[in-house]
Design a protein around this ligand. Structure first.
Ligand code: HEM
Length: 220
């Protein structure tokens, strides 16, 4: 137990924690996007999928998933914050000239794409789960809530912008996670790049297609 507690406090321990919780969040985001795409199959498909999620394991499945998700988000944010603060403390005076040799644009944006995503998720739950910020929310009518929600142009624009932040965060997150897990080698880097880019593009474009289809009148 003591060994486990000490390990989580090491640099590598926290990086592994980021990678493992990142995998859980990654699986959720991919699964959620595939579930959401059922909006293209019509109200019956999306609404019965939502009923299935709610009734899975007599209602226990959803709460189990919510608990794992919440714990992963909490640990992910904790490890990210402590690693960032530690790296800032190691270099209290900024460089006179910033030279971005080792970092990519996506890696430098992690510090703000993370908080934007956390704020998006809070708004998103108030919008589609509790309906508190949705003017036309009907409990259980998921298809109706999605379509009427995205008919509001600023809301759709906000979702699309949040998906771009998700893309930057996911791309760098997957890339770093594969590195932490030992897949950093010139032989693997091509595959690593193809996987990080391919999955990120699929999730971002899949999610963005929903508000765009509503605004274009394809889904109504
Ligand atoms: C355009 C993209 C998205 C659409 C259309 C969408 C749609 C929905 C809908 C309809 C619900 C409520 C489901 C129900 O009550 O049965 C929901 C819940 C949720 N979504 Fe999304 N979502 C999108 C993107 C995302 C993203 C990118 C994330 C995470 C980064 C996310 C995280 C969540 C979470 C955490 C919940 C609450 C699950 C629960 O505890 O019930 N969603 N989403």
């Amino acid at each position: 137990m003591r060994v486990a507690v000490a390990y989580k406090d090491t640099l590598v321990g926290r990086k592994v924690m980021m990678a493992v919780t990142g995998i859980v969040l990654f699986c959720f985001v991919v699964g959620h996007m595939l579930g959401n795409l059922q909006v293209f199959l019509g109200p019956a498909a999306l609404d019965s999928y939502a009923v299935f999620l709610r009734e899975f394991l007599h209602g226990g499945g959803l709460w189990l998933a919510r608990t794992v998700l919440l714990a992963s988000v909490g640990l992910h944010i904790w490890a990210a914050t402590s690693l960032t603060l530690e790296s800032w403390a190691a270099r209290p005076i900024g460089y006179r000239m910033q030279r971005w040799r080792e970092s990519t644009y996506a890696s430098r944006t992690m510090v703000w794409s993370g908080p934007i995503l956390a704020s998006f998720v809070i708004y998103h739950i108030l919008h589609f789960t509790t309906g508190s910020v949705h003017p036309d929310f009907l409990p259980g009518a998921v298809y109706h809530n999605v379509v009427s929600g995205f008919r509001v142009v600023p809301v759709s624009v906000f979702y699309i912008a949040a998906m771009l932040a998700l893309g930057l965060h996911m791309y760098h997150g997957i890339w770093s996670m594969l590195q932490t897990l030992g897949l950093s080698h010139p032989r693997w880097n091509r595959l690593r790049f193809a996987f990080s880019t391919g999955v990120t593009l699929a999730v971002v474009l899949g999610n963005i297609s929903i508000p765009v289809a509503v605004l274009a009148g394809i889904v109504r």
